[in-house]
Design a protein. Sequence first.
Length: 206
Amino acid sequence: MTNFFNLSKIEDPQLEDYYAKSMLELNDFFGIKWKHHTPVVFVVNDRDTINILHGEETGEWIVGWISGGNIVFVLNKDKFGEHSVHKYDDNDYYKLIKHELAHLFFKVITGNKTDPKWLWEGVSILVSGQAEKWGKPAGFKGFLDGKDVYIESGYALLLLTKKYGDDKLIQFLKAYKDFDGDVSVLFKETYGLDLNYGTFNGLLRS
Ligand SMILES: [Zn+2]
């Protein structure tokens, strides 16, 4: 049983730079000014500790997650080779940090929502720049049902925002805060589109 962990501050200008750039862009994208209790990032050094903090065995692809309202955990960049399946890359690491921070912004703007999974992950994949980096899927066929969310949902939102703008997505997320029904109803109200694969495959081919 392990319930105690060592914590100490890190002085790393590169990481601070990634953080500052992410926060600036995320505040801008989500249209807020996060000033108090701003996010903190805990750097974890090994898979064992990740599993304990995460509360379950994690796959080697998991290198970041969030906790509560302002905490991000990421695997130490120097431990990627040893404790993950990912090859370390500076730019990918920046996007990873931004992806996790974006989840915290999503919670702020939607009043603590973390679902549906395609929207929750899609927004982070979109705003972190991962959607553009990871590229276009062959077609949309699973993300709305929680399948292939990492492959499809970010790009789906990229196509949506390219056509209708970022502001429309923010309007949708803000409205989602006070909305308890089926998200497809709100989607239809906001975009005038049916929330189905046909809609996104149409955007992909237009
Ligand atoms: Zn995520």
